[in-house]
Write a protein that binds this ligand. Sequence first.
Ligand code: PMV
Length: 322
Amino acid sequence: MIAEGTSRASAIAHPNIALAKYWGKRDGEGNVPAVPSLSVTLQGLATRTTVSFESNLVRDELCLDGVPASTARITGLLDRVRTAAGITTFARVRSLNDFPTASGLASSASGFAALAVAATTAAGLTWRPTRISNLARRASASAARSIFGGFVHLDATADGARPIAGPEHLDLAVLVCVTTESKKSVSSTLGMLETQRRSPYYAAWREDATKTCAAIEHALVDRDFDALGELSEHSALSMHACAMAAGIVYLNGASLALLGAVRELRKNGLGVYATMDAGPHVKVLVRTRDAGVATKALAPLARRIIEATPGEGARALEEVSP
Ligand code: PMV
């Protein structure tokens, strides 16, 4: 328990890319997804966050990528940590992403995972990863998955996330094809709400997404790269089709050009598959040996390409970031 003074901790977390997407929430408490999802946590992109509970603060403060930002989305998580640790001090939070924030590159996943680890550590709570994951899930459901490394399943119940296989389980490279540096126009939270309210295809999506997630888990366990890739592309296209029917369009011209190029490469025999989240970037799934060829072919269509591979879960850093 922190009586007074300062208690600080830093953490690092990586974004995760959903191979089986979730889109939509269950009614009621806890920010529980409407469908199960399966992701891979990536190394090659990272959020580093420092939380410092300071007795002289009169409110929580957030500095995101060097700029003061609203604490609206982080106060709930900090309040839960304060209640559990029996402290009342406010926190200074500094968070740095080494990739574009809020543009569909899953910065909320790595951001809230890093925040959950740094805040619980700074508050002296020695929670197991599952409990930290559930704390992160309440702020951003996808963040629950970034607590774990490798391949992770997130249930459509309050059970939360569990790791299925380590990062080395599958030979996989993810080419993050960045199509714009600007922020997305519709948050995933709002996009999901609109889809649930307005998409005529929402019920069909829910049914199909649950089956697709189970099929992706099988393909992963069998290390069947092509089945996993095909099903992942199907999951992404179904999610976007469902959202588009509600007027929620995340893809831009470059996204469609990249999607077309991926299909062309596939026709020519390369095992490449595309997935897109709540933003216009295209993430290409490829075997590591094919990553160079795919990058060369796709580079003219993207602003830049970041190559990532399966990586570790969120963890506290020994060194407190400055
Ligand atoms: O949990 P959020 O708000 O980060 O939304 C995640 C939505 C998708 O990335 C599109 C799908 C997913 O399962 O990660």
